[in-house]
Design a protein around this ligand. Structure first.
Ligand SMILES: Cc1ncc(COP(=O)(O)O)c(C=O)c1O
Length: 378
């Protein structure tokens, strides 16, 4: 881990940042020397590394996670007239990808404990138009995938897993994003490992892999030809992104380890503070603590207090049914209007500084300030 200077009140403790150093520079030099900046050999290498990480047959690099979701939806033939179940508590990109594909997102409540899709509630939302279900593996946890896939089998639904936040996360030993028909990962700058921007489509199905590749490559099976078998677009990766990703992938085990240490220390040293509860971990899941999150009575007040000491925190995702862009009901279908669980999680959730670059001294400072906040209020 890099050595940061000890914290003073003028240096910021960031909520999240990537670990970037000479390793990334060395890989980038390979690209610069080759002069192949566009998607080429290093992208294939990075796809192989991702496929190996996830134990998945195909990993197809796409410009970002949002477009990876769109590619999955189109590869599965989902479009106008179709409904797709999405959790109400997620980053907005999950539902927006459904809209871009021309289909309608149907908002579903999440589970109180894992914050992920409530599959029993999802079953009640199914209509003749439901074609797919899109569980999200939120904050480095996993949705209950055996339950999701059982539901999909019973009702002949496709499963697209949004594992944007799930790099390295496994459920009963299997990497998230590989349980359904297709899944995606994100390599955006704040993710567990990053390429700056970047996404990956995961699938074990040869036909879907081919369809996904065509969709991102102007509708053709290979670059360098002007014969286009189907309608496609340009969601290419670049070897510049791949170079960073290759260096990051080597750091992944150390990042995961460090994030667990950070999580465990917060949980241990904040134990017993009234009203501050760590997120629940499903014992079947081997999480990656992308963010260490707690539920508390007044996360906004805590966040404002910590900001006085240059400590950054983040509130939880704003539930989709409350978003200005969804609240009027024109873009998403809201069948079940009871979203008390996602509203409560949003109202109580706070993510603490969780970067793998957080030094032990910085973390001690954060913990001390959280204790002070609680002492002042009690
Ligand atoms: C749950 C979720 N889905 C989708 C995305 C979109 O990924 P990207 O930023 O790579 O487009 C993100 C975050 O970035 C996310 O957190």
């Amino acid at each position: 881990m890099p050595n940061a200077a000890p914290v003073t009140q003028s240096s910021s403790i960031v909520q999240i940042e990537p670990w970037i150093d000479d390793d990334e520079l060395r890989e980038l030099k390979r690209v610069i020397d080759s002069t192949f900046l566009v998607e080429h050999d290093l992208t294939r290498e990075f796809e192989s590394l991702t496929a190996r990480l996830a134990s998945c047959k195909h990993a197809i690099a796409v410009c970002n996670g949002s477009m990876a979701l769109f590619v999955c939806l189109k590869a599965l033939g989902i479009g106008p007239g179709d409904e797709v179940i999405v959790p109400n508590l997620t980053f907005v990109a999950t539902a927006n990808a459904v809209i871009l594909a021309g289909a309608t997102p149907v908002l579903c409540e999440v589970q109180e404990d894992t914050f992920c899709l409530d599959v029993e509630r999802a079953e009640k939302l199914l209509t003749r138009k439901t074609r797919a279900i899109m569980p999200v593996h939120l904050y480095g946890q996993s949705a209950d995938m055996p339950q999701v896939t059982a539901l999909a089998r019973r009702h002949n639904l496709k499963v697209i897993e949004d594992a944007a936040e799930g790099v390295g996360v496994t459920f009963e030993g299997r990497h998230v994003g590989t349980f359904g028909d297709m899944g995606i990962l994100s390599y955006y700058g704040n993710k567990t490992i990053t390429c700056g921007e970047g996404g990956m489509v995961l699938t074990d199905n040869d036909g879907l892999a081919k369809a996904a590749y065509r969709l991102k490559n102007y509708g053709r099976d290979q670059k360098g030809t002007f014969v286009h078998e189907s309608i496609g677009f340009n969601f290419s990766f670049t070897d510049l992104q791949a170079a960073i990703g290759i260096a990051q992938m080597k750091k992944l085990p150390a990042i995961v380890r460090r994030k667990r240490e950070i999580h465990d220390r917060y949980v241990e040293e904040l134990r017993g503070l009234a009203g501050l509860r760590p997120g629940f971990i499903d014992p079947r899941c081997q999480p990656v603590f992308w963010f260490t999150s707690f539920l508390c009575e007044d996360p906004e007040a805590l966040s404002v207090f910590l900001r006085r000491y240059n400590i950054q925190t983040r509130r939880f995702f704003y539930p989709l049914h409350l978003q200005p862009c969804y609240a009027d009901g024109r873009h998403a279908r809201v069948i079940d209007e009871d979203f008390r669980v996602s509203e409560r999680i949003y109202r109580q959730g706070i993510s603490l500084p969780s970067a793998c670059t957080l030094t032990p001294d910085d973390q001690a400072f954060v913990i001390e300030k959280i204790r002070r906040f609680h002492a002042d209020r009690n």
